[in-house]
Ligand binder design. Structure first.
Ligand code: NAD
Length: 321
């Protein structure tokens, strides 16, 4: 068995490899070559923790395994990240364990890659202004990956906790772009691409605030009850997702489906666009929305890629097991 420790991931994984792994697995899911198993997520009644598994199998790459972990709210006080995860990969031919891979950084990278894939395939080619809603841990990963998809000239941002906006400013400046903190009205009006990445349980961005032609990647809603944008905005948009079943149950689509304004049949797997089976955006005025719920196969794809890189660089630890 190979081990790739969390501390090695930053030196191994780059955004390009991550993008390719995630784009490839979305395409495989849409072809029916890869599928996610039902997600388990439980409050364990200890340390206020939420713990679970996401798992699946990709018949094309033979990535088989699971990501296990969750959220421990008391970790920060112990000097640890609240979100904790580890990926275990298995040999699809024998069932033997193949690799144990640190999953914390990979989660942020694969989540950013998912919205970047949506921007690559759905945003207007002339997009210039990136709008960020959310300034937490994921936000800088999201911004860096998004900025590589179009010739953005400016980043604007809004956050529920304005004191956190420094993170967005620093990330934009690191990419050589100006940053402006704005109201939600201004953000919706000016941004060509909007990423929402918050833990909100109530709509932040309203449909009336969003200009025609915008692409929105809703990345924060990954649990029943969470919500980042008004259901009317989802109903107005052409809607894409990583996996329809998750979009309806735990993603941003859950609210518009529940109030009857979004027919689940209208939600398109982004893999169909990647595979050329759906045209994606069809006009410069169209509002496109990607509901990125986060699937186990994304984790397996990036973990498999990082194991290959670790072997090549000679940093994978091999143990008899
Ligand atoms: P974080 O705790 O570092 O940041 C939380 C963000 O949400 C901050 O911007 C904060 O200001 C904002 N926020 C907190 N309470 C809010 C409220 N009541 N209303 C509006 N905004 C509020 O978290 P993070 O690691 O950056 O993750 C952000 C979200 O992304 C979480 O909901 C997480 O579950 C989700 N996530 C999704 C995926 C996926 O694959 N889709 C992957 C990882 C994380």
């Amino acid at each position: 068995m190979l081990i790739v420790p969390e501390a090695e991931i930053a030196g191994l994984m780059d955004r390009k490899s991550c993008f390719e792994a995630v784009e490839g697995v979305f395409a495989a899911m849409s072809r029916g070559d890869a599928y996610n198993f039902p997600v388990i997520r439980e409050a364990i009644g200890h340390a206020d923790a939420l713990y679970g598994f996401k798992s699946g199998f990709d018949r094309t790459s033979l990535a088989l395994g699971l990501k296990s972990g969750g959220y421990w709210p008391g970790n920060e006080a112990k000097g640890l990240t609240n979100h904790q995860s580890t990926v275990i990969l298995f040999d699809a031919d024998t069932g033997r364990v193949k690799a144990l891979v640190g999953g914390n950084l990979l989660t942020a990278l694969r989540t950013a890659a998912a919205s970047a894939v949506s921007i690559r395939h759905l945003a207007r080619p002339d997009a210039k202004v990136l709008g960020m809603i959310g300034a937490g841990h994921q936000s800088s990963f999201q911004m860096r990956a998004a900025l590589e998809q179009r010739a953005f000239e400016k980043v604007i941002g809004w956050n529920f906790h304005p004191e956190m906006l420094d993170r967005l400013a620093a990330t934009a400046h690191e990419a050589g772009l100006p940053f402006e903190a704005v109201s939600l009205d201004q953000l919706g009006q000016e941004a060509d691409v909007i990423i929402s990445i918050t833990s909100s349980f109530a709509p932040i961005l309203l449909s009336a605030q969003v200009s025609p032609g915008t692409h929105i990647a809703c990345m924060g809603t990954d649990t029943k009850g969470k919500q980042e944008v008004e259901a009317a905005l989802v109903a107005r948009a052409t809607v894409f997702t990583d996996e329809v079943a998750q979009a309806i149950s735990i993603g941003e689509c859950q609210h518009a489906v529940a109030d009857g304004t979004l027919d689940p049949a209208r939600i398109v797997d982004i893999g169909r666009v990647i595979n050329g089976d759906h045209p994606g955006r069809t006009s410069p005025q169209e509002v496109t929305l990607f509901d990125g719920t986060g699937v186990g196969l994304q984790d397996l794809a990036v973990a498999a890629a990082v194991v290959d890189l670790a072997v090549k660089k000679g940093v994978a630890i091999s143990v008899d097991f």
